[in-house]
Design a protein around this ligand. Structure first.
Ligand SMILES: Cc1cc2nc3c(=O)[nH]c(=O)nc-3n(C[C@H](O)[C@H](O)[C@H](O)COP(=O)(O)OP(=O)(O)OC[C@H]3O[C@@H](n4cnc5c(N)ncnc54)[C@H](O)[C@@H]3O)c2cc1C
Length: 390
């Protein structure tokens, strides 16, 4: 046997591998990409994710900190950068020791990968299907015609998960009605914005910004759209500049300073809530189990939390099914709330005029203490699960 088979080497799969490695749980990761390239735009890693990273290895956290950029504030503003809410993150730092960090996804993936034994990460293996071969074993077949035997499968293969497709054929992905461009600009952000993660909400448009490092700034642009639309690449920057022409000039500066090859587009969806994430010795994690729209910047952080809880429950349970049951029971409430809140946030971020006025009024008048208690709750992880012994 090959230990636990983790299908997918994205954030969830690789962080689960790190957790298994720390706890001495045998595993192999099977990732369809033939190489882990320096791809993607930026990602915001919130303190719940950073606590897991620190638990895995404080050196890993230091390396991520060195490659990313911490926020002092998280701000939502109108299209002209006039704040609707501006949250000083000092209380988060005081409570957890750090705030949210923005980092290039490719850099994050490279750092995580460098902490893993390469012989346990099998690239170029696209999961096709599994077959139960006995009470305690499965054969996994890959698209290249090869197969492996295992007694446990973790589906960490993202929102379009094939593992989920086989396990729960009736699951369905919901298109949010919005499409998103993500870019990394070769642009030094004005120092007054260097420690702010901010989003500008305009009329049916949204634009987010954060400094990644001294040379690069990450941005994302969201608009309402039919699904599966394609860009004319050579006209893309002009189209985006036109789309955001009413916005604060920093938006056009950022688009202008981004190479077209550094802009990626994707439609935004989430996964209809599943009743279960596991059957027998097969379990889903991350986007495969509970993909959410990116509006709260929590999908990756929740995949990282999954890695932490799942690995510790496996480490302290009598059998794998028991571990999966404890994992789902402990994660379900938080994750389902976030899927719903993210979807709600996606609707109010991009809305029409009357709702916009009401939304802005509510945002401006939400008590600071309420916002803070919500963030503390979101960022808290249960440290006691790491102390459980089987
Ligand atoms: C626009 C946008 C912005 C976002 N911003 C943030 C943010 O700031 N903070 C945050 O926390 N989250 C953010 N998210 C969410 C985050 O990207 C996801 O939640 C996260 O990547 C989920 O990790 P995962 O490992 O579950 O899935 P993925 O990251 O999708 O990884 C799945 C992996 O499985 C592999 N795979 C797929 N199919 C197969 C197969 N058949 N066989 C083998 N391998 C396979 C893929 O190649 C991939 O490597 C954002 C999402 C979007 C769309």
């Amino acid at each position: 046997m090959n230990g636990i088979a983790i299908i997918g080497g994205g954030i969830g799969g690789l962080v689960t591998a790190l957790c298994f490695e720390k706890l001495g749980i045998p595993f192999k990761v099977y990732e369809r990409a033939v190489a882990l390239k320096h791809v993607g735009a930026g990602i915001w890693l919130s303190p719940n994710a950073l606590q897991v990273i620190e638990w895995i290895d404080p050196k890993l956290l230091k390396e991520i900190e060195g490659a990313g950029n911490y926020f002092d504030r998280i701000m939502v503003a109108n299209h002209q950068l006039i704040p609707l809410s501006d949250s000083d993150q000092a209380f988060v730092k005081h409570k957890f020791g750090y705030t949210t960090i923005a980092i290039h996804r490719g850099v994050l993936q490279r750092i995580i990968y460098s902490y893993l034994p390469k012989e346990k990460i099998i690239l170029g293996k696209e999961f096709k299907k599994y077959e139960k071969t006995s009470d305690t074993s499965y054969r996994i077949e890959f698209e290249d015609g090869t197969s492996v035997e295992t007694n446990t499968i973790i589906g960490a293969d993202g929102v379009n998960s094939k593992v989920r497709g086989q396990l729960f054929p009736n699951s369905s992905i919901r298109y949010s009605g919005q499409t998103c461009w993500r870019g990394v600009a070769d642009y030094k952000l004005d120092p007054k914005f260097a420690s702010v993660g901010f989003t500008l909400w305009g009329k049916k448009l949204q634009f987010g910004v954060s400094k990644l490092n001294e040379e690069q700034t990450y941005w994302f642009a969201v608009k309402l759209s039919e699904p599966n639309q394609e860009d004319e690449r050579e006209k893309l920057k002009v189209a985006l500049n036109e789309m955001f022409s009413a916005f604060h000039p920093v938006v056009n500066e950022l688009i202008q300073h981004t190479r077209v090859s550094n802009i990626i587009r994707g439609d935004l969806s989430d996964l209809e809530l599943l009743d279960k994430w596991h059957v027998e010795n097969i379990c889903l994690i991350g986007d495969a189990a509970h993909s959410m729209t990116p509006d709260l910047g929590q999908g990756g952080a929740q995949a990282i939390e999954d890695a932490y809880y799942l690995s510790n429950f496996i480490n302290s349970s009598k059998c794998i099914e028991d571990a999966f049951h404890r994992f789902h029971s402990s994660r379900k409430t938080k994750v389902e709330k976030l899927v719903k809140q993210s979807r709600f946030a996606s609707k109010i971020a991009i809305t029409n005029r009357p709702v916009e006025i009401l939304r802005n009024f509510v945002l401006r008048n939400t008590p600071e203490r309420f916002m803070q208690s919500q963030m503390i709750e979101l960022y808290t992880i249960d440290k006691s699960v790491a102390a459980l012994v089987g």
